[in-house]
Ligand binder design. Structure first.
Ligand SMILES: [Zn+2]
Length: 61
């Protein structure tokens, strides 16, 4: 049995581009959140860069 093939298949099918955890290495994906990526294994978190303002604009008034 080859694990790699399984990973590859699923990876191409479900996800287009997923980041691996730099700590755990290939095979461990980072979970994607709204504004960050995080590893559920070691707790590594990487924040996404936003191009537009960091604060939400609320239609106040
Ligand atoms: Zn990790």
């Amino acid at each position: 049995m080859q694990k790699r093939e399984l990973y590859k298949l699923e990876g191409e099918k479900v996800v287009r581009e997923r980041r691996y955890c730099p700590r755990c290495g290939p095979g461990v994906f980072l979970a994607e959140h709204e504004d960050r990526l995080s590893c559920g294994r070691c707790g590594y978190t990487e924040f996404k860069k936003k191009q537009t303002g960091k604060e939400e604009k609320k239609g106040g008034r």
